[in-house]
Design a protein around this ligand. Structure first.
Ligand code: NIG
Ligand code: FE
Length: 412
């Protein structure tokens, strides 16, 4: 199968293949080609350039993109889209005055989702999750990380991970899998958190790693969940089995989790709503990607990650959705990009770099995804007719996507 796209008003995020991360002041640049063409063969971008260089090419499908722009599909490096049911009642409880923490303390929150998931069949869980995945692909996401973490037992975690494996096999989207065994302390371990961490270290991690069901290891490093000592034990055990850390840290409290993650060479540190000067310092000269999740801040009415401080310190930043039933029941990367501009004061160029190439880096796939580059995977968004790419974040809540191409196929 080959596709030729012609008359592209502007081809956005054109990068050499050695660019796998964009940091600091460079995030303000977004290289483009005006009036361009692009050729896809099978699932790969094979050629592109200005229309003036175009020489006749016989493609099976030709798309005339006059007035439209083409950019890499979004790379969403942090989601929990495999879950069962929803928590819309807790949403109403919060409107009526309860906090996210109070709901969790009453046994709601993650424990609520875990109970529902444990009682949902693997087939049903797959169908519910597939629907969400298809929806986010329609919204322009081509590569996505999915976490476990609503199992909280060995058996239910394995069920979640098998569902992710099946999604990986059957979907056009590229999926990376993270074992988030330590997401909350299960009821049965209420007074024995150490016992649960022992179970994670001694059983879950070895079993999951040996069955090759995960690429990364995550921990919810937070007061009332898992402290620095628990986090250190879990990251160390994960690394022994080849699972690279990508952790939830500094969502409500900052107490040293960022430095710990950097020490363990985490691929990413995610949330960062609460950041201290020493957290920024710890990230300097590291290979760890800071990841902001602005729709979580929006939905929970908590602070937004200090993107300006992070980028102005010369660091890179990625943006992701955090799609999950409790803190972010939305997987819309377009909304994330808008919110990053509006609330985190990122420029459209910074936000688009953060949601493409840097998102790909935070999944360990930026050599193949996240920019327009010969040899990279053909995961693309074709916009509707727009004046400038600034209109994408500017028209918040709107959908300016005309077509999405994932793995070289135009979605219906
Ligand atoms: O990333 N913070 C921890 N985990 C999820 C939310 C989990 C939930 O409420 O179900 C998050 O926000
Ligand atoms: Fe999360």
């Amino acid at each position: 199968m080959s596709i030729l796209i012609i008359n592209i008003k502007e081809l956005i995020q054109v990068r050499e293949n050695n660019v796998t991360i964009v940091k600091g002041p460079d995030m303000k640049t977004l290289p483009t080609i005006k009036n361009a063409y692009l050729i896809i063969e099978h699932d790969t971008i094979v050629e592109y350039g200005p229309m003036s260089d175009y020489v006749d090419y016989q493609a099976e499908e030709v798309i005339d993109a006059k007035g439209k722009m083409v950019l890499p599909a979004w790379c969403d490096s942090h989601t929990h889209i495999v879950y069962a049911g929803d928590r819309s009642q807790e949403f109403v409880d919060r409107i009526n005055g309860l906090s996210y923490e109070e709901i969790a303390e009453r046994g709601g929150g993650i424990l609520n989702s875990a109970e529902v998931l444990q009682n949902t069949s693997e087939e049903d869980l797959y169908q519910q999750s597939l629907k969400r995945l298809n929806r986010v692909m329609q919204l322009g996401t081509g590569a996505v990380e999915i976490k476990s973490g609503y199992g909280l037992t060995v058996e239910a975690e394995l069920k979640m991970l098998r569902v992710i494996k099946r999604l990986k096999k059957e979907s056009l989207a590229t999926i990376k899998t993270t074992l988030l065994a330590a997401h909350a302390v299960p009821k049965e371990f209420k007074d024995n958190k150490k016992g649960f961490v022992d179970l994670v270290v001694a059983e879950m991690i070895p079993e999951v790693a040996q069955s090759k069901l995960a690429d990364y290891i995550d921990v919810f490093c937070e007061k009332g969940y898992f402290d620095l000592e628990d986090t250190e034990r879990i990251l160390t055990a994960g690394k022994e089995y080849g699972l690279i850390p990508k952790i939830h840290v500094n969502q409500f409290n900052a107490f040293g989790g960022v430095a710990l993650a950097v020490k363990h060479k985490a691929l990413s540190v995610d949330h960062l709503e609460e950041m201290r000067a020493e957290d920024i310092e710890a990230l300097k000269n590291s290979t760890t990607m800071p990841v902001a999740l602005p729709s979580c801040s929006y939905f929970l009415s908590i602070p937004y990650s200090p993107a300006r401080q992070i980028i102005d310190a010369g660091l890179p930043l990625a943006l992701a959705t955090d799609y999950n039933p409790g803190s972010t029941p939305s997987g819309n990367m377009n909304f994330v990009v808008s919110t990053a501009c509006i609330k985190l004061r990122m420029t459209p160029e910074e936000a688009m770099n953060a949601a493409t190439i840097n998102g790909a880096y935070a999944m360990g796939i930026s050599n193949q995804y996240g920019s327009i580059c010969r040899g990279k995977k053909a995961n693309l968004i074709i916009t509707k007719e727009i004046e400038s790419y600034n209109n994408l974040p500017y028209a918040f809540g709107d959908n300016l996507i005309d077509k999405v191409i994932i793995s070289g196929k135009v979605l219906d």
